[in-house]
Design a protein around this ligand. Structure first.
Ligand code: ASP
Length: 320
């Protein structure tokens, strides 16, 4: 059991799953299981983080991540405020450094941060003392998404041993793909990637336990999990794939392709979906789809992250 190994995340900045050990990931997943029980209650509030203050500092749009971090903090009894680029002094040209220092001066304990520049959350760790949680930095990392994807896989499959996961699409620009890949490899999942050759980073060809396929069909065959990535149009430079129509034809997940995977395959997508492009509406709403469950699990996993970094408690210990 993880508890006996004395793992603690207290004071840790959550920047990417490449910096997490398997035991640390395990601790988050176990704690999230307890948190999910709280969310199921009629009254969802516990005092675990009473007296703590959290800022969601978002420089890029978000629906799921920002609102689930906000709910997570509130369910745990923390005070949570939101700063979004479009409605703050950021539009007046305030620098990232000055915004961070301003937030710190208000006595904040944790900053949950999304930014279009890779490395911005790491930079923040050098400017302020508050704990930093990366909620997505450019194409680099989205660790809470990687953790909630692992949690969802374990919920349905019971564990990670012998699991084959296909990750399909725009790997190059996807911070979700990177966090999934590092998290899944640490937990022993076999990872199969497929997407346009121009959208697969070269360095992944050399990684152990990662298999790269030219055809989506080869990646999907016999898969236990298929994670479909959104086409990151906002990060695309021109010419990386011919057209969205062509992409859908060659790499889109439709029911014909889904039939190549195991019967009980899980279909996952981090959202927001471009239905009809990377995934057909029929597959997105099929009985194999766990996309809505991923959203539910996102709140529990984010509650676990905030609890562990701000209190160091483990699972049951911190729940009132
Ligand atoms: N919502 C996820 C992210 O912000 C996935 C996506 O946008 O494709 O990275």
């Amino acid at each position: 059991m993880v508890e006996s190994k004395n793992v603690s995340l207290r004071g840790k900045n959550v920047l990417g799953l490449e910096y997490f050990s398997a035991d640390e990931i395990e601790l988050v997943l176990q704690t999230a299981k307890e948190m999910k029980n709280i969310i199921k209650r009629d009254i969802k509030k516990v005092p675990t983080l009473r007296g703590k203050a959290i800022v969601n500092l978002f420089y890029e749009p978000s629906t799921r991540t920002r609102s689930s971090f906000e709910l997570a903090g509130k369910y745990l009894g923390a005070d949570v405020i939101n700063i979004t680029a479009g409605s703050s002094s950021i539009v007046k040209g305030e620098s990232l450094r000055d915004t961070l220092l301003t937030v710190e001066d208000m006595g904040i304990d944790a900053i949950v941060m999304r930014h279009k520049a890779e490395g911005a959350p790491e930079y923040a760790t050098k400017v302020v003392k508050a704990a930093i949680v990366n909620a997505g930095d450019g194409a680099h990392a989205h660790p809470s998404q990687g953790l909630l994807d692992l949690f969802t896989i374990r919920q349905y499959k019971g564990g990670f041993k012998g699991i084959k996961c296909a990750i399909i699409g725009d790997i190059l620009h996807s911070r979700v793909a990177r966090s999934d890949i590092w998290g899944m490899r640490k937990m022993g999942i076999e990872v199969h990637l497929a997407g346009p050759k121009t959208l697969i980073p070269r360095f992944l060809y050399k990684e152990k336990g990662i298999f790269i396929h030219d055809r989506i069909e080869d990646a999907i065959e016999n898969a236990d999990v298929i994670n479909v990535l959104r086409i990151q149009l906002e990060r695309q430079k021109s010419g990386l794939f011919p057209s969205t129509r062509e992409y859908a034809r060659i790499f889109g997940l439709n029911d014909k392709r889904l039939a190549l995977a195991k019967k009980d395959v899980l279909v996952m997508h981090p959202g927001p979906m471009n239905k009809g492009w990377e995934i057909s509406p029929k597959v997105a709403y099929s009985s194999n789809s766990v996309i809505q469950e991923q959203v539910k699990n996102g709140v529990a996993v984010r509650m676990a992250i905030l609890t562990l970094i701000l209190t160091g408690g483990k699972g049951n210990e911190v729940i009132a």
